[in-house]
Design a protein around this ligand. Structure first.
Ligand SMILES: Nc1ncnc2c1ncn2[C@@H]1O[C@H](COP(=O)(O)OP(=O)(O)OP(=O)(O)O)[C@@H](O)[C@H]1O
Ligand SMILES: [Mg+2]
Length: 240
């Protein structure tokens, strides 16, 4: 059997992203290794979404290099991304997952069982036959997580998955994310919620205006921020 190739570490080396004369991301250097979750934090417009898209391989940098496990041309098969506003297919909850499994190349004969397992993993078994577009915002996020997990990813990129959710729905999503991390999936998640950083992050990448302002262990970032911007963010001041 072929040894599974690894997408980790994910390395950005002097990566910039420009659109015309606008610099969206400015010379980012970072290494994302296996292990507990990395959270990308920073104010609106800092560049979190654009960074996640680069990490997925959806966009190419205009300068610098990205490598996944040492390869520059890594196919997306081992990665999954969850966008801020998930798009549900006009089908049932279960059929949305079955479709994701089909796209991931899972044989038809195995799909029903996998759908059942994924529904259970995200706590949606009772809503399997509900039209997905009728689900609440929190339920839709959990369904989106199930579809992402259907790809059996090594890296799961999440763009503020709890931004519009209440505390109970946030907790459900965080529990799924936590258990995915414990199963060995590398979580890379954008957030501007400091509480979420405390609850989930092992590592933090703090961005301001398209640049990495600070990065390191979550505890160091939260307890001993070294830059004025990070200190303000941790204090709960408005960082613009
Ligand atoms: N195609 C583009 N052309 C010009 N500017 C862009 C383009 N895409 C993004 N930007 C700008 O780049 C900056 C970073 O955008 P991005 O969506 O990554 O921010 P973000 O940190 O995800 O913000 P939010 O917290 O609001 O989701 C923003 O100022 C945005 O307006
Ligand atoms: Mg964003």
């Amino acid at each position: 059997m072929r040894a599974p190739v690894s997408d980790l570490p994910l390395v950005l080396d002097g990566v910039s992203l420009r659109a015309g004369s606008i610099t969206i991301l400015d010379r980012l250097n970072l290494t994302i290794a296996s292990g507990a979750p990395t959270l990308i934090v920073g104010p609106n417009g800092a560049g979190k979404t654009r960074l996640l898209r680069l990490c997925m391989g959806l966009d190419r940098p205009t300068a610098g290099h990205i490598t996944w496990g040492g390869r520059a041309d890594s196919p997306m098969a081992r990665r999954a991304i969850l966008f801020q506003r998930p798009v549900m297919l006009r089908r049932t909850t279960a059929a949305n997952i079955a479709y994701a499994l089909a796209l991931a190349g899972i044989p038809r004969s195995e799909r029903a069982e996998r759908v059942g397992a994924l529904l259970e993993r995200v706590g949606l078994s009772d809503l399997a036959q509900r039209p997905a577009r009728r689900l609440s915002g929190g339920e839709q996020q959990r369904l989106a997580l199930a579809r992402a997990l259907a790809r059996d990813p090594q890296i799961l990129l999440l763009d503020e998955p709890t931004a519009n959710l209440d505390p109970a729905a946030t907790r459900s999503v965080e529990e799924i994310v936590q258990s995915a991390a414990e199963s060995g999936i590398k979580i890379v998640m954008a957030s501007h919620d400091l509480g979420q950083v405390r609850r989930l992050a092992s590592h933090v990448i703090f961005m301001v205006r398209g640049a990495i302002c600070e990065q390191g262990k979550a505890g160091d970032f939260l307890d001993h921020p070294t830059t004025e911007e990070a200190a303000a963010f941790v204090r709960g001041d408005l960082v613009i």
